[in-house]
Design a protein around this ligand. Sequence first.
Ligand code: KIV
Length: 269
Amino acid sequence: MAKVSIRDFLKKKERKERITMLTAYDYPTAKVISNTDLDGILVGDSLGMVVLGLENTLNVTMSDMVRHVSAVARAKPKQLIVADMPFLSYEVSVNEGVRNAGKLTRNGADAVKLEGGEEVVDVIRAIIKAGIPVMGHIGLTPQRFLRIGGFRTIGKREKEAEQLIRDAKALEDAGVFSIVVENTYAEVAKKITESVSVPTICIGAGPYCDGQILVIHDLLGFTDFSPYFAKAYVNLKEIIDKAVNEYINDVKSGKFPARENYKEISDNR
Ligand code: KIV
């Protein structure tokens, strides 16, 4: 099983083959995913909300990202591992952005993802110059929810839609190998996809994209809240609830541990 590369992403767009990505934040999940045909794993800063119980992504730190990226990388998945650069890890200075991108790469990321359009091209160029592939991220950029005015769908007004297309072109020009398009209208995502030669990977932006990405906890039905654009393929919450209740009942009734679950000295095993 050959490792998926950024060139594979570009080739897929040329061949009109859809790209599939999911988030993952830990070793066991990455291990399971590694046996599938998924193209890419994003260690997203969504881990703040999904795994750490934070209200938004603003308090996700470089240390959080390094810990989770290295856990995913230890599973040695064949998928391309993309690591999110967290809030304030690339905005303060270009040098800091390059250093932080390097830290994620040294801990197992194959590429990094940054939120923003025209305003982040300088740091993107510098990171790419250092040899690290970059994925862009436009549309709803959750690290900027305060400025955007909440977690809302972007691009209804013509001015906003036009800015998204300008942003996508600026990112392509800066050298990104793909662009996440989050929470915009399907028509806008279609225009963006047609405007750039690099693949668009969409979430909550309709079907006219080169690929799709979902937060794995949404796909597994393992969150308190799931956005309308996500699809749960299984109800893990229900499965876990059932298993835990069975365990409680087994312990209370003496069914667990059973004879095969413990040793006695005379067993000689
Ligand atoms: O952090 C994340 O999970 C993301 C996806 C929503 C694309 O950025």
